[in-house]
Design a protein around this ligand. Structure first.
Ligand code: KG4
Ligand code: ZN
Length: 364
């Protein structure tokens, strides 16, 4: 008989309140529903996520998202086998809102509970979308995350390196602000860069002279600020072409850093001799065409499959949490009502702690 497992997933670690229902039958997961309520407008005037506002919005909306996800999936709680909830890392007030909701449902229904690491949710997404085998290499690259992981199993991750300061999405957003472009900055900078000269402004490539896969992006914005100010001083303002050239120069610098560090990460990964090598990316920045093209070219040159899940599953969502929960469930893992919310929760407890926190709070 077919083995079937249906989990409700809840996510509230950052600025998206999300709930989803995922069903796995004989090892293949299908998303029955996925509801994501963003908070962009709530935080817009503050230029970043305000933890207290985020926590309150999560607490107010999480029940509603759960109800909607169950309704869209056409299942009732009695048809669910368990509840997976992000238990960290992230903004603690938000994580708590999701964990409290999940505990309430678990206490009321007797359904088993499983606390999922948000980063594991991202890292396991290629198995939800593409049925990828372990071990594969993963680059998480967003406004809050930037790290290379070898994903060895549902609960086994080796971190090869990550940012020591800003996440790349955060750098894209700051660049947009410096250039007078709207938020979120990534897509705007990418658009402006299309008509720009990427060689016009020489920007640094921090840490490329050092071995390993650690990265740094905060120096780029200082260099960019200087370049912008000197263009303004020389001409009395920033012309459209200057804006495009600065955006293109910045994008090329980020692409070069990510490509070179990915090359090193791929070498380390290939040394493990995986039978079907694969490199997957996730996170909002993975939507950038020039970054994606550079990573794709790198992979095809190394005989490694390149995978990028659809954008809605690359960015924060609860389907990835439900799927990660299913993978842990299948191993027999369970939590109980003593589950606690964790602001920090590194995926690889053997790796050195990350110094960078990212705009959306400490991640690991
Ligand atoms: O994964 P995500 O939705 O949320 C988290 O940060 O967790 O990523 C959002 C980030 C933002 O910083 C946004 O500017 C960036 O991803 N982003 C992009 C692009 N689209 C979104 N960065 C560069 N190019 C893009 N096309
Ligand atoms: Zn995330």
């Amino acid at each position: 008989m077919a083995q079937s497992l249906t989990l409700l997933g809840i996510e509230s670690s950052c600025d998206d309140t999300a709930a989803a229902v995922v069903r796995q039958i004989d090892g293949r997961s299908t998303i029955l529903s996925s509801v994501v309520e963003g908070q962009t407008t709530l935080h817009a005037e503050f230029g970043g996520v305000v933890p207290e506002i985020a926590a309150r919005a999560h607490a107010e909306r999480v029940d509603h998202c759960v109800e909607q996800a169950l309704g869209l999936a056409g299942v009732s709680l009695s048809q669910i086998d368990g509840i997976a909830v992000t238990a960290g890392p992230g903004l603690i007030g938000g994580v708590l809102a999701g964990v409290m909701c999940a505990k309430g449902l678990s206490a009321a229904t007797g359904l088993p509970l499983i606390g999922v690491n948000h980063l594991a949710g991202h890292a396991l997404t290629p198995r939800l979308t593409d049925d990828l085998d372990f071990p594969y290499l993963m680059l998480l690259v967003s406004g809050g995350h930037c790290q290379f992981l070898i994903v060895e199993g549902p609960d086994s991750f080796r971190r090869l390196g990550g940012t020591i300061d800003d996440a790349p999405g955060e750098a894209f957003d700051k660049t947009a602000r410096l250039l007078g472009l709207p938020q979120p900055g990534g897509p705007e900078v990418e658009k402006a860069a299309r008509s720009g000269d990427p060689k016009r402004v020489p920007l640094p490539r921090p840490l490329l002279d050092r071995p390993g896969c650690d990265m740094s992006f905060s120096g780029l914005k200082t260099a960019l600020l200087r370049a912008r100010d000197s263009a303004v001083a020389e001409q009395g303002g920033l012309r459209k072409q200057d804006q495009a050239d600065l955006a293109a120069s910045f994008q090329l610098a980020v692409t070069d850093i990510l490509a070179e560090k990915s090359r090193r990460a791929i070498d380390e990964y290939l040394a493990l001799r995986p039978s079907s090598p694969a490199f997957a990316v996730a996170g909002g920045v993975a939507a950038n065409q020039s970054i994606r093209a550079a990573l794709e070219a790198l992979c095809s040159g190394s005989g490694v499959a390149f995978l990028a899940p659809p954008l809605a599953l690359c960015t924060d969502n609860a389907a990835m949490i439900a799927h990660a929960g299913i993978e842990r469930f299948a191993l027999g893992d369970r939590d109980d009502l003593s589950l606690s919310a964790r602001p920090r929760w590194p995926l690889d407890s053997n790796a050195a702690p990350m110094l960078g926190a990212g705009r959306k709070g400490a991640k690991a």
